[in-house]
Design a protein around this ligand. Structure first.
Ligand code: GTP
Length: 601
């Protein structure tokens, strides 16, 4: 296809503003999927995506679209819709998908208006110099307020409200006009067809039958099956076993030229060998310059994962090995805990990534798991000048600490203006510094804060939602590190530290953390044969204390009379119960107590 007849675009939207529904409608209208085989949300392939209603992995599809020109002649175009992951955790993936496009449909729910992710993604799109087509979706809703939000959208991107399109992904209204607008407004791709081939990888998924399927956007030259290619960041060469387009299933082709989007199969077995953001070129006489800098995915949040049943540990290992094939950002290494046994310390891009991973392990691999409180990456410098990178409270160094650096994020919060006070108060208690505030309209406001990431991953989103009756939206991105006054608080049972409960907290929150943990455990741990002190301590200094009084536990006391079989049964039962007990020193703690104490509510 001539580049002049190609349009590459994506849809950017806040979660639930209807991106998948609109994409489905486009598939149907362009005849790529007939209505009979139309399954809801065709582009979201993973079950879990469908169930949670969120898009995790991008999918792209080629759509034929004919437009009648001014002379009344029908012209055929190829539209590549590139589906971007919608969530903050996947910013780098989003930015690569955007880099594969020339334009973006900015989709906003006509009953909700602009939300934090709409803005975050819009900024990313503008950084990539994309042409923006502003669209209000769900105009079929009785609660839709198209005039109001068209004004908001126009204000943000600096256009006239009349240029904002009105569509409904549900009824299909306005979708044809939108496709026409994509052809009319979005520039066609430009590249040098005679130059050495250069294509950018913007997604890569693992398929059990075919190995890794890599999605690419060709910028210069042409890639053909059977050719040898070079992945420029890993410097590995591969043979192109297959090259094709998605429409909506993979269809092999004779090659991909300038501006085209499609997939390649090289036989690699692990998405780490075919990395999002990498540039591919021909292995002989290839290009020397990459298309933009490649960036390794960096875990931002760490947490321990432990099987509830210790004998499931090998299963957990196998499951993680399998997930990793499809998830270049997931890292893990074995970890052992006195309280929770053997497990893995896992690194994630963010909280959602953590939740999704845990969900998949439980659902697809049938594992029951406990995860420990998430932690960020701390850089600790000691008095003697040595440095430690700490992702697990149990690795916190002993000795004199000179200073600690922690990751800082810039967050954007959008909310109805009546909640400004509540939000400011919340951000203040989370060590936030206000960066600015803008009114999007008379009643809605954008607040900008910088804040330690550690404060965000500790139920900040829930707190924000509850203070704004669910109306506020949040987006954040890491902007660097700052020095913080941080300490490690240990929780001790009878003088023995319980590693799973250790936490790194700001000095001003240490006391509160200590008190809440000791109180929780006091309620959760049953009485033992002896008194059990529960303490919270920073180093050797105890900052909070509770104690569980001793009790004589006699299960046989209940059955006076001499029914021996009943007695035996009770003893058996007690033994069963013991299995689920963990010993911390001499103290027996039911596993449920650990789980309950680790949950945030
Ligand atoms: P993420 O994948 O999480 O980003 O969500 P999404 O933006 O893809 O949203 P999705 O298409 O899943 O739609 C979210 C909800 O809005 C679903 O319940 C849809 O049925 C509904 N919805 C989508 N488009 C329309 C529309 O045009 N009109 C109405 N009334 N509802 C819609």
């Amino acid at each position: 296809t001539q580049p002049e007849r190609i349009r590459n675009f994506c849809i950017i939207a806040h979660i639930d503003h209807g991106k998948s529904t609109l994409a489905d409608r486009m598939l149907q209208l362009t005849g790529v999927v007939d209505s009979r085989s139309m399954r809801a949300q065709y582009l979201d392939r993973m079950d879990i995506e469908r169930e949670r209603g969120i898009t995790i992995k991008s999918q792209n599809v080629r759509l034929p679209w004919a437009v009648t020109n001014d002379a009344g002649v029908k012209e055929d175009f190829i539209l590549h819709l590139i589906d971007t992951p919608g969530h903050v955790d996947f910013t780098y993936e989003v930015s690569r998908s955007l880099a594969a496009c020339e334009g973006a449909v900015l989709l906003v729910d006509a009953a909700q208006g602009i939300e934090a992710q709409t803005l975050a993604n819009l900024y990313l799109a503008l950084e990539n110099n994309l042409t923006i087509i502003p669209v209000l979706n769900k105009i079929d809703l009785p609660a839709a307020q198209p005039e109001r939000y068209a004004a908001e959208l126009a204000h943000i991107i600096g256009c006239d409200p009349s240029e904002v399109l009105h569509v409904s992904g549900k009824t299909g209204q306005g979708v044809e006009a939108l496709l026409d607008r994509v052809v009319a407004n979005i520039p066609h791709p430009v590249g040098d067809s005679d130059a050495p081939a250069r294509a950018m990888i913007f997604d890569s998924v693992y398929d059990i039958y075919r190995g890794v399927i890599t999605y690419v956007r060709v910028v210069d030259g042409k890639i053909r099956p059977r050719e040898k290619i070079l992945m420029m960041s890993t410097k590995t060469t591969h043979e192109l076993l297959e090259v094709g387009v998605i429409s909506p299933e993979p269809v092999p082709t004779k090659g991909l030229g300038v501006g085209e989007v499609g997939y390649i199969i090289t036989g690699v077995k692990d998405v780490r060998q075919s990395r999002v953001g990498d540039t591919i070129t021909s292995s002989v006489n290839g290009a020397t310059e990459t298309l933009g800098a490649y960036q390794d995915p960096q875990p931002m949040v760490y947490s321990g994962l432990f099987p509830l049943d210790g004998s499931d540990f090998p299963l957990l290992r196998d499951a993680l090995d399998k997930l990793r094939l499809n998830d270049a950002a997931l890292t893990y290494e074995p970890e052992s805990s006195t309280a929770l046994g053997f497990g893995y310390r896992c690194g994630y891009l963010g909280l959602l990534h953590l939740e999704i991973t845990r969900d998949r392990l439980e659902r697809e691999f049938g594992l029951d798991l406990i995860s420990t409180a998430p932690s960020v990456v701390y850089r600790v410098t000691m008095d003697d000048g040595s440095e430690h990178v700490v992702t697990n409270p149990s690795d916190w160094p002993g000795g004199k600490i000179a200073h600690v650096h922690e990751p800082i994020v810039k967050c954007t919060i959008i909310s109805p203006s009546e909640y400004i006070g509540a939000i400011m108060e919340l951000c203040q208690t989370r060590r936030g510094t206000m960066g600015g505030m803008d009114y999007l309209s008379e009643t809605r406001v954008e607040l900008r804060y910088t804040m330690p990431l550690a404060e965000i991953i500790f139920d900040f989103f829930d707190a924000l939602k509850s203070r704004t009756r669910g109306y506020a939206s949040l987006d954040y991105e890491e902007i660097g590190t700052e020095e913080g006054d941080l300490v490690k608080v240990d929780i001790l049972l009878q003088g023995e530290p319980v590693d799973a409960f250790s936490a790194i907290v700001h000095k001003t929150n240490a006391y509160a953390y200590g008190v809440s943990m000791t109180e929780k455990l006091h309620k959760l741990i049953p009485r033992q044969q002896f008194e059990v002190p529960i303490q919270a301590a920073i180093g050797a200094r105890v900052i909070a204390r509770e104690s569980i009084r001793a009790m004589r536990k006699d299960v046989l006391a209940k059955c006076y009379g001499g029914d021996i079989s009943r007695k035996r049964k009770l003893l058996e039962k007690q033994k069963e119960g013991k299995k689920r007990m963990k010993m911390v020193g001499r103290v027996e703690v039911p596993q449920e107590a650990f789980i309950a104490a680790l949950s945030t509510d």
